[in-house]
Every structure is written in structure tokens, then in C-alpha cells.
Design a protein around this ligand. Structure first.
Ligand code: 9MR
Length: 436
């Protein structure tokens, strides 16, 4: 199997996720969100919707939104039906050959705050929910003093952190042996509450991660830890996280353009800022001895500049040899890749579904994709000649399969994948995919 999806043997080393054959693993995929945030905590997806991610679009992974409130609606009472429904979707992912990163999601703390999701009601004082006044734009609700107070409680109450870790441990015990699960994204967009910009990550978030990750790994020792910086990173503040006392860490920031997030569309003049920020994120990942994976990037698909915006994001991720997960696999007129009627948003999917190396058997130096000419090029130094390098070559860019030029290698096209074998160990390899 050229693209094994079973997780045993996956680890992080030298800035990359690596498989059991020591190949770099590059994740490209979509977020499963939308109605994952609200009861009954799943969206429209059926098994064929999962299968098409690989077959139609060439993705190899998904970030799967979990809700603490769904898992533990009452303190200490875990919802087994919820876990069973999650398992069914993990089974679909595995059958489709997709890796899954489980994400304990939250926006604006929890559903106690209108428009929020994540933490169960019992985790904060009811008076906080009652006094909350929602802001005009959902993310501005973070500034409400009651939301801040609940986050402050979380960051300063060890018993609450232990409850959060215990909930994660239930997930880990349940799915430790599930072959689709690659790892866990401890908490979506951690918000600093009233802590200082400088001190939050160092004094509160870092110890929180160092408490939760071992609790999860007590049950699922091989799960990679996908760790996000403070949500202030989205606004451009560099992270102050420092190397962790455990390994197998993937740095998991998000990449958004702030003006686009505020609903103003994307000004193509901001392309360079996306590239520069991605380079800074890669530097931060290296300092943490972590791989880099952008757990969210995405935009309102009907707003101006969406094609330029998403092209900039993927060009930037390619330049840093990073993984990505688009926000989101929804059926809506917002960020979703499908319209409300279920048809594809062809312009957006035309950008997202593009060639990338899924596995690299060697040391990658560079890859890039010219979406206008349809030319993909990957260069690497071959580690050996046994396991193939695998390149995703989506049908929409290469109808009938790509034409392949190989220097220092041989290539076989199998469906929408190209399997590349180096002719000699240590040799420089160049693979080029071209339209027929
Ligand atoms: O796209 C999502 C939007 O429809 C919701 O109203 C909002 C609040 O739940 O969340 C948006 O998704 C955000 C995600 O949860 C966190 N990172 C930024 C995403 C896009 O704004």
C-alpha cells in the first residue's frame, strides 16, 4: 500500500511528520465542522462525502471538530453515543485512506455564551452566561468580560484543567487503536483571557499543554500532539511557546488574513504578507522542534479575492513544506467548499484540490505548483530506493492523468496518484507533473 493510513510508526523528526518508512508525511485536507459545533454535533457528511475527499479532490487528511460539551454534558458523565457516532466517521475516514486530527474545538468559550461552542455549561458560573452581551461580529464576543472570566477560570483552576484532560483521556482511551487517528489538537484558538500578551503562553498555556498531553498519551502514547499558539497569533503576535518536554509535536497555528476575516474580502496586495507570515510560522515551528501544519485557513467563498487568497495560502504553505487543513468542508454560502444545494464551488475547489507530495522518500528541498500552467515540480534528495514518493495529482488539474517528467527517478501513475522511485540513493530527484 503506497499510502498506508495506519498510524503506528508515525512520529515527528527533523521538522516533519514521518511514517514508519521514514518518509515525510505532508497533510492536506479539510476541517469537519459546521454543525459539529451544535447538537447533535455532526454535519451532513455520509460515507461517500468522506470518500470523495481523496477520490475526487486528492486530500489525505481531515481535522475533526469535537466538542467538550458533547462529550461531557454533565460533569463526569461522558456521552458514549457521541463517541460511537465519532467512531463511525473515523471508520469512514480510514476506509477512505484519510488521516484524522481530532480537534477539541471552542469559539467564545462555550455554548453558555450565545454563538459560542466548546466548554460545557458546568465549567463556568451561570451568572457569567446571564450577564453576557453578544457582539455584532462573533469573534468580538471574546472581549466580553464574562467570556474573559471563564477563560481566566480555565487557565487558573487546576481542577478544571484536570477535568478537561480527563475528557481528552476518555477520547484517547476510546480511539487509541483506531487506525485513522494521527493525533490530537488539544484546544482550538486558545484565548488569553485577562493574561498579558507576553505571559499567557509562557505562564499558562505551556503548563496547560504539559498537563494535558501526558494525560492523553497515557492512553494513546503514539498520538502526535498538535499544539496551537495563543489565538493572538492570528493577529500577528509571535508565539512565546518554548520546546516541550515531550516529542512528536506538530505546531498547529492558523493562517487568516485579518481584513478578510472581518468580512472585507481579500486584497491581493496582501499576498506577500501571507507568505511572510507563513515563513515566520515555519521559523517558530523549527524553534519548537516541531513539524508545521496549518490547522485552519479559509475564507468566505463569495467575497472578493477568494481565489487569490487561497492560492496565496497554499503557495505559502508549499514554500514552507507545510501541511494544511481548509476551513471548512461545509455546505453553505460561507466558508464551505459546497453550495447549500450540495454542488461544488468549482473556483474554490479548483484552488484547494491541487497536487502536493503526500509522502517524500528523501529530503525535500522545494516544491511548487503553477496553477495557471498546471505545472507541479518537486525536488528532493533520495533517502533510498525502496519506498515510493507519492504525489497527489487531482483529476481536475490532470484529466486523464498527468504527464510525468522524472530526473533521477522512475514514475508510475496510479489513479490520481503518482508513485516515484529514485534510481539511486542520495541522488537529486526532480519530478514534474504536466498537463497532457
Ligand atoms: O466559519 C465559522 C462561522 O460560521 C461561525 O459563526 C464562527 C463561530 O462559531 O466560527 C467560524 O469558524 C471559525 C473557527 O471556529 C475558528 N477559527 C476561525 C474560523 C473562521 O472564522
Amino acid at each position: 500500500d503506497p499510502t498506508p493510513t495506519a498510524t503506528p510508526g508515525m512520529r515527528v523528526e527533523g521538522g516533519f511528520i514521518r511514517d514508519a518508512l521514514n518518509r515525510e508525511v505532508i497533510l492536506r485536507g479539510l476541517n469537519f465542522s459546521g454543525d459539529h459545533k451544535v447538537p447533535p454535533y455532526f454535519d451532513f457528511h455520509t460515507q461517500p462525502d468522506v470518500t470523495r475527499m481523496r477520490d475526487d479532490w486528492g486530500f489525505n487528511s481531515m481535522r475533526f471538530v469535537l466538542e467538550w460539551v458533547a462529550l461531557e454534558p454533565q460533569r463526569g458523565a461522558y456521552d458514549r453515543d457521541y463517541l460511537a457516532a465519532v467512531r463511525q466517521r473515523l471508520d469512514w475516514a480510514h476506509a477512505a485512506g484519510l488521516h484524522v486530527v481530532l480537534d477539541m474545538h471552542q469559539d467564545v468559550y462555550g455554548p453558555g455564551f450565545l454563538g459560542g461552542n466548546g466548554a460545557p455549561l458546568w465549567t463556568c458560573d451561570a451568572s457569567r452566561y446571564a450577564a453576557f452581551v453578544p457582539a455584532a461580529q462573533w469573534f468580538l464576543s471574546y472581549l466580553d468580560p464574562n467570556v474573559t472570566a471563564c477563560f481566566d477560570d480555565l487557565w487558573n483552576t487546576i481542577a478544571l484543567q484536570d477535568a478537561f484532560a480527563a475528557a481528552w483521556a476518555v477520547v484517547a482511551a476510546e480511539f487509541a487503536d483506531h487506525p485513522a487517528v494521527l493525533g490530537f489538537d488539544v484546544l482550538n484558538e486558545p484565548y488569553l483571557g485577562s493574561a498579558s500578551l507576553d505571559g499567557f503562553e509562557r505562564d499558562l498555556l505551556q503548563p496547560f499543554y504539559e498537563r494535558v498531553v501526558p494525560a492523553v498519551r497515557a492512553h494513546a502514547p503514539h498520538w502526535l500532539a498538535f499544539l496551537e499558539p495563543s489565538s493572538m497569533r492570528n493577529l500577528g503576535w509571535p508565539t512565546t511557546l518554548s520546546p516541550f518536554p515531550f516529542g512528536d509535536v506538530v505546531y498547529a497555528p492558523h493562517s487568516y488574513d485579518n481584513e478578510a476575516e472581518q468580512g472585507m474580502g481579500f486584497d491581493p496586495a496582501r499576498r506577500q504578507a501571507i507568505l511572510d507570515n507563513m515563513a515566520a510560522l515555519a521559523t517558530e515551528a523549527r524553534a519548537l522542534d516541531a513539524a508545521l501544519w496549518i490547522g485552519e485557513y479559509g475564507g468566505q467563498t463569495s467575497h472578493a479575492g477568494i481565489v487569490e487568497y487561497m492560492t496565496a495560502e497554499l503557495d505559502a504553505a508549499d514554500a514552507q513544506l507545510a501541511g494544511t487543513s481548509y476551513w471548512h468542508y461545509g455546505r453553505d454560502e460561507g466558508y464551505g467548499v459546497l453550495h447549500e444545494d450540495g454542488t461544488e464551488k468549482a473556483d474554490v475547489l479548483g484552488v484547494l484540490s491541487r497536487p502536493y507530495p503526500q509522502r517524500i522518500a528523501g529530503t525535500p528541498t522545494v516544491w511548487s505548483f503553477d496553477s495557471v500552467g498546471g505545472v507541479f515540480e518537486l525536488r528532493f534528495t533520495a533517502a533510498g530506493t525502496a519506498a515510493p514518493t507519492v504525489v497527489s495529482a487531482p483529476e481536475r488539474h490532470y484529466p486523464g492523468g498527468p504527464r510525468v517528467e522524472c530526473v533521477g527517478c522512475t514514475a508510475v501513475v496510479e489513479g490520481n496518484q503518482v508513485l516515484v522511485t529514485a534510481t539511486s540513493q542520495g541522488a537529486p530527484v526532480t519530478v514534474r507533473l504536466l498537463r497532457r
